[in-house]
Write a protein that binds this ligand. Sequence first.
Ligand code: 26W
Length: 836
Amino acid sequence: VWKSGMRSLDNNVNSITKSFVNHVQTSLARQPYNLDDLGAYQAAALSVRDNLLVNWNETQLQYTRKAPKRAYYLSLEFLMGRTLDNALLNLGLKDEYKTSVKSLGFSIEDILDKERDAALGNGGLGRLAACYLDSSASQELPVWGYGLRYKYGIFQQLISPEGNQLEAPDPWLEHQNPWELPRLDVTYGVRFYGHADRLDDGSGRAIWAGGQEVLAVAYDVMIPGYGTKTTNNLRLWESKSKRGFDLNSFNAGNYEKAVESSNSASAITSVLYPNDHTLVTLNMFGKELRLKQQYFWTAASLADILRRFKNMGKPLTELPDFVAIQLNDTHPTLAIPELMRILIDEEDLTWNAAWKIVTNTFFYTNHTVLPEALEKWAVPLVEHVLPRHMQIIYDIVILIYLFLAVEKKFPGDRDRLARMSLIEEGQPKQVRMAHLACIGSRKVNGVAELHSDLVRTTILKDFVEFEGFSKFGNVTNGITPRRWLDQCNPELSALISKTLKLQKGIWLKDLYKLEGLLKFTENKTFRREWAAIKQRNKERLAHHVLTTLGLTVNTNAMFDVQIKRLHEYKRQTLNILGVIHRYLTLKKMTPAERKKVNSRVVFFAGKAAPAYYIAKLTIRLIVNVARIINDDPETKDYLTLYFLPDYSVSLAEILIPASDISQHISTAGTEASGTSNMKFCLNGGLLLGTVDGANIEIAEEVGESNVFFFGHLTPAVEDLRYQHLYHPIPIEENCPALAHVLNQVSAGLFGDGGVYEPLLNTIRQGDYYLLSDDFDSYIEALAMVDDAYRDRDEWIKKSIRTTAKACMGKFSSDRAINEYAESYWNIEATPINGNK
Ligand code: 26W
């Protein structure tokens, strides 16, 4: 096979094959004739990496030479998923590799499937960072990412026979990772603890010494642009002990103590925190380690950024002309006092000069307005771990912020001062990171129109009044159409290219071109092809369920999908209670009546934070409802449901193209944006959703007739919550249909009803997320979806319109990243010369 394969290949394929074989023999030290798929994946990846490296080197060289202003994206999470397929697409080498590996007896699909996801993120925030890196490189923007190289990514989710979520570690680095370049020579020392002594020379400087020093080691990940030579960098830090182990203790026979400091250093980057939205469940040790992660990462990144800047030979006052630093939520906010510390203590700048540089360098994006998600750090903890930074934070409060400025603008307004302070009173006092991020930044933005409005009118209202409206903007999120259409739905991508008579290289970089599909809605052949592709994607998903879970899925049914982190505000509970309602309705019907019903298959996937009891109980309910319903001979032709374990980027790539309808049903005003809603639309899936986040802007683009909206609007939410608290109406009166469903669950229809009481009580008592207020209109919306689906031809037209309009341009991350580049960072495209 190897020899005959080699003969028939053209030059490009030939050199790929050579490089592949070379890596098998030299890098992997294996024999080509007994290579398995994993080995083939590794060899293919290493040879692709050689290609990337050439472009990466060239890109970095030209950035240094041309010295453009650069942007740095600081994110504690980068949810990259797999890399090989994306690298092949962006390099334009997919077909060549396909031919090459085929000639060697492998299938490219099997090889691609061997790659583990790089799952260094929880969900929306981390995946957005990954899409933005893809778009930055594709738009030839000089952007680097900075993050942590967690040894373990987001936990693997297992489901026990009872339906409980179990967590297992995710050892994603178990086999070597071909996509990273260890830079063992790029290191920085990062200090923790110790003591900070102010100098009494009137300079405002202090000396911070003692404590623990940990080494940050750089690992670089190459980020290729689509159809450009630009290959940007994602630098991830690994922590390790500065001094190896303690030889004195070792010699004295105290082996445990000898490795203690080394263990404590490497603990910092050992695992991604699986909490999205709150840290209140962590204990003291958990909180301290998270704070150390945040400082370790921001300190190393800033040191690296400053070293690069200083190499240009410019004075520090020009830093904002050459560097923009984007804070992805408040997680990297310590960068603000850290830069103050460096400028004052190490660079001898005055307080005012330093503050001016800082406030022109940073930009802050808020990703949630949920109160429990706003980060706060206990003052005693910050004092202990970062004594100098605590001093600086107090200085900001006193000097610049409170007494000089706010007091001047609003004399005597004590309440306002307390509301705006960086320090929240209480036992213990706490540092409010969102306030620090806000006043330390040049601009602040939210991630969809509604959400940015909420940021301006709720959590940062006082700051808008203080600093002016123009500091607060909006950049609606986006997604990369390379991964979320071309890669995950190659057939649809090919049909689009064929229909538009455009190479995908054109429209994948200018998604507004999809609008050209609109006129084909009336073309019957086109519609048939469109529908056939959706059908094959449904079969691909069914095949996945069959091979992973051993279950057979009815592919003639409508596929209804809700995939996202489990959270009360996202209301998976509303969905499962809706499913139960449907089931009970089917049970009451005669067989003849049932025959008229649309068949529906409901898919759920998503992880719950390990300590989030109610979220885990929701999973348990879904799994147990599935067990009963899927086995009921009377109804199973009409309604089945599946909870797919271990949701990941790769699983999303299978689920999204297969969806007829997807659910984005958060309580109005709670989902900042959502990004999977955009992915579904791009793949011709319709939306069922509340008037929330980016759903609103999607509907503006596709037209409301192509989106199924329901539920109360944001302004009503506060009043409804007030009513539930102070004038509660029994649920039997407020929403009889929901009360009936809850009673059936309590009565044990899906196993021991008592188990679910805590979950059901969140609705019966207080109903903070307003399920009882939205349930009836939710059921109505589901019925409208059924009606619409009955007219299949019209449905396909809606599906085409959704792809053509909803996700045209606006929801491409290319549009979003260009907005950041132009209106925030003030950076420009820097094309890399030379042939690709
Ligand atoms: C303190 C722990 C913690 C961890 C993560 C708090 C908050 C977060 C993130 C900000 C939560 C998050 O991922 N937010 C999501 O961000 C997406 C990208 O902007 C939005 O599309 C989602 O609506 C938002 O929930």
